[in-house]
Design a binder for this molecule. Structure first.
Ligand code: CUA
Length: 430
């Protein structure tokens, strides 16, 4: 009874749960037994008439021994396993991977052994012992990852740690569980457990961080405009494409499809980026733009808004069009590497994950040779012809359960050779 514990995602979780459940069951049993007996006696022997004389009852050694020895045995048993599991919990395997965690009002920062830094999100490989070495720069916090069953105070001026071995991939929540100020409730971090291969790819990729650190908000926004594929649908020179142009769009009053008028201010733009279908400008179609909720942090959103503000017509569009994305020499790459490069630069990455998670489109993990059902009920197999058709005419053969809306890539944007490279890349994604 009372099995409300969260998902078990670490090696120690089932053991801790077993002990926790045992204690819960024992507590329940004794609560019912003691309170039940008490209530029964209160009713059974209630006063029915005045001046009754209570009989004199001597003690019972047998009873006293039973109710002393039985609880002692149970308590010692629970304590023994408590100590065993606690030691296991606090023992860090020698090959553990250390991630430095810094708590400060009101965000969690993470730093990896190779210098990679993240905020509010961290990634670890599955089946690898992890040690989080934690400190606080201001006040007392507490780091809690329910699915891993680890929690520890994070203290200014002292290191503390938690250690766990994740046993399944997925996304898990972690919290601050020590009241630390008025935004304490929002001091969260997402833990992503991924395959070893995906982790290696992720941890080596530092480009984003290095570039972003050196940029002004407008520059960062310009980079994101190109990287996240905004440029496919939003022009800078006033031409309407799939979405409204950015030219002079900031502060403009626009009519929405429902007839309402709104001013395109910071809050409108923020909402339009995070949740694009909430307020569609009249004349444009919904469900084409992917929602960026959870994919962009506040700094990036600020950057995009600053960039949109900067497209005020004061400079010719040619100068701001296509902000520089670092040129990469693809000639030395293998086909699969070129495919991966295309995957990242042609923004497949926005909608197709590599780790099995469902984004706007189907995941690329294990995609090659996959079989399934299309929206119209027919069967499909991912082969060369299917991939080509899906890139050229994405809405032709929609996989069941997906909404469509991917932008078609004509020959001018992606050659047949490019598609072959992407296919080679897909074959590597088991
Ligand atoms: Cu930090 Cu609560």
């Amino acid at each position: 009874m009372f099995r409300y514990l969260p998902e078990q995602a670490s090696e120690i979780a089932p053991k801790i749960d077993a002990l926790n459940n045992l204690i819960t069951d024992l507590s329940l049993f004794f609560t019912v037994a003691i309170v039940g007996t008490m209530l029964y006696f209160a009713i059974r022997y209630r006063r029915t008439e005045r001046n009754l004389v209570t009989p004199r009852i001597e003690g019972s050694h047998a009873l006293e021994i039973v109710w002393s020895v039985v609880p002692i045995v149970i308590s010692v048993y629970v304590m023994y396993w408590g100590v065993v599991y606690f030691r296991e919990l606090r023992e860090v395997p020698e090959d553990a991977m250390t991630i430095a965690v810094t708590g400060q009002k009101w965000i969690w920062d993470f730093e990896y052994e190779n210098g990679k830094k993240t905020s509010g999100e961290f990634v670890v490989p599955v089946h690898t012992p992890i040690k989080l070495l934690m400190r606080s720069t201001d006040v007392l916090h507490s780091f809690f990852i329910p699915a891993m069953r680890v929690k520890h105070d994070v203290i200014p001026g002292r290191y503390t740690y938690v250690s766990f071995t994740p046993v399944k991939t997925g996304t898990f929540h972690s919290f601050c569980t020590e009241y630390c100020g008025d935004m304490h409730w929002n001091m969260l971090a997402t833990l992503r457990v991924v395959s070893q291969a995906e982790y290696s790819r992720w941890v080596e990729d530092k480009s984003e961080q290095l570039m972003a650190e050196r940029m002004s908000p407008v520059e960062l926004g310009g980079k994101l405009y190109a990287e996240k594929g905004c440029n496919a649908c939003h022009s800078l020179d006033g031409t309407p494409r799939v979405g409204p142009s950015y030219l002079k769009s900031f502060g403009r009053e626009v009519a929405l499809t429902d007839g309402k008028k709104v001013t395109a201010d910071e809050n409108y733009l923020r909402e339009a980026i995070l949740n694009p279908n909430a307020e569609i400008v009249a004349g444009f179609q919904p469900n084409l733009m992917p929602a960026f909720e959870g994919q962009l942090d506040d700094k990036q959103i600020d950057g995009l808004i600053a960039f949109i503000k900067s497209i005020d017509g004061s400079q010719p569009a040619a100068e701001v069009e296509a902000p520089a994305v670092t040129e990469v020499d693809t000639s030395k790459m293998s086909p699969a590497e070129r495919g991966e490069h295309l995957y990242n630069t042609k923004l497949c990455v926005t909608c197709h994950s590599l780790d099995g998670s469902k984004l706007v489109g189907p995941t690329f993990q294990g995609i090659w040779g996959r079989e399934g059902e299309l929206a119209d009920g027919t069967a499909y197999v991912v082969d060369e012809a299917y991939v080509k058709d899906s890139i050229r005419n994405p809405n032709n053969q929609l996989v069941k359960g997906f909404a469509g809306g991917m932008i078609p890539f004509p020959e001018s944007q992606l050659s047949d050779e490019d598609i072959n490279d992407i296919i080679e890349f897909m074959k590597t994604l088991e």
